[in-house]
Design a protein around this ligand. Structure first.
Ligand code: HEM
Length: 380
């Protein structure tokens, strides 16, 4: 550590991306008000994510399948989960997502101000997820209201509120799985039903395991997809050249461009670990049992790896950490990538131009959330 270590990265009211850009050149590691050690540099974040022995994922007192598990327990559940998120398993949903996206953008009013996060990203995320998991469309308003409250609770840092909101989500999940677990016929054949009938170690998954898996697939994802849509639209609205390139690009290039925009402005800020022994990382001694945060947003902008952070999808793809690295690397990457590409292509097909709303600039999210809170745009 070269300099005095700032003791507050919670940075209430600040844009985390800008703040970590300021800190990173002088401080590889900072401590926040919660006493967590926050890793800011690419090399350290990647090293900790790859070091599963010394950086454990068992950070929560709640059951978190698979993200809160280590070792063999993690591998067993991970293998089960990956079956639902493979290319073959997801391919049948591509036309479904295309239909959801086309219907959504067709209904968006032209020539008036819309918010890309709540009017486009959140609605698309909820509809696509309900279709994928086989959840009833009637849940849409409840899930949208939940997403808003979840964001507000996370921003507030109020733990009682955050855990109350988490419990509300678990109730939604239980309302979906209970009838599916009780049904002994094959009337329903959707992803959630299949998961309810799936086995680990030769036995059915328990209700808490099912709730945890589905919470991870939806709770985490809905917010991230909505925030990613906000980031993408905010960038496109000020880069007509990129819009023109995307209109001509094949799917693989669109996906690479999305990854690179998200690298530069990663709204999925961080994940936690706990040290199993004393470690030295980024030149800093961290004791055993310490809470550590891997800050992906900062690592993804580290000058030591990305130089001046020039937009370059091809060059930066191998070191991009938007979906993590190591055993816990995001198993939902393909689903997220396809959903984002399909949403973006539908938007570009339906709108001739996407412009920022006059006199109403995008509003950044503030710590501990990344990306944008609102992105007011006008489509023509
Ligand atoms: C744009 C959207 C998304 C982003 C940026 C994202 C990012 C990440 C990252 C960085 C991790 C690593 C966590 C760690 O190392 O502790 C992760 C893990 C995970 N993600 Fe995603 N994710 C996204 C969407 C999704 C989707 C759509 C799903 C599933 C439906 C999903 C399911 C998971 C699960 C289950 C884990 C935990 C994996 C494990 O512990 O083995 N994610 N995600």
């Amino acid at each position: 550590m070269t300099d005095h270590m700032p003791d507050d990265l919670s940075a209430v009211g600040r844009d985390l991306r800008a703040y970590t850009d300021e800190l990173r050149p002088r401080h590889p590691v900072v401590r926040n008000v919660a006493g967590e050690w926050v890793l800011l540099r690419h090399a350290d974040v990647a090293a900790a994510a790859l070091d599963h022995e010394r950086f454990s994922s068992a950070v929560s007192r709640y059951l978190q399948v698979p993200n809160g598990l280590d070792g063999d327990a993690h591998s067993r559940y991970r293998e089960l989960i990956e079956r639902y998120l493979s290319r073959d398993a997801l391919a049948p949903f591509v036309p479904v997502f295309e239909r959801v996206a086309a219907q959504l953008v067709a209904a968006l009013p032209k020539g008036t101000v819309l918010d890309a996060v709540s009017d486009i990203g959140a609605v698309f995320a909820v509809r696509a997820q309900c279709q994928w998991l086989g959840w009833p469309a009637e849940l849409e308003p409840r899930l949208l209201a939940w997403m808003q409250e979840n964001h507000a609770a996370t921003r507030s840092g109020d733990r009682a509120w955050t855990s109350d909101v988490a419990e509300q989500f678990d109730e939604i999940v239980r309302s979906v799985i209970q009838p599916r677990r009780a049904a002994d016929d094959n009337a329903l054949d959707d992803v959630t039903t299949r998961l309810c009938r799936d086995k680990v170690d030769g036995r059915l998954l328990t209700e808490p395991e099912l709730v945890s898996i589905l919470r991870n697939w939806t709770g985490g994802d809905l917010g991230s997809i909505a925030l990613c849509v906000g980031v993408l639209v905010a960038h496109l609205a000020v880069q007509p050249g990129l819009v023109a390139r995307l209109r001509r690009a094949p799917d693989s290039e669109v996906e690479a461009i999305i990854d690179e925009v998200l690298r530069l402005d990663d709204p999925f800020v961080s994940n936690r670990r706990i040290t199993t022994c004393p470690v030295r990382i980024g030149g800093v001694d961290i004791p055993g049992g310490a809470r550590v945060k891997l800050n992906w947003t900062s690592a993804n902008r580290d000058e030591a790896v990305f130089g001046s952070n020039r937009f370059d999808p091809e060059r930066n793809a191998p070191t991009n950490l938007v979906y993590g690295i190591g055993k816990h690397v995001c198993p939902g990457r393909l689903l997220a990538t396809w959903e984002l590409r399909i949403a973006l292509q539908a938007l570009l097909a339906s709108a001739q131009t996407i412009e920022l709303a006059p006199d109403d600039p995008p509003e950044r999210e503030v710590a501990p959330v990344g990306g944008y809170h609102r992105v007011p745009v006008v489509l023509t």
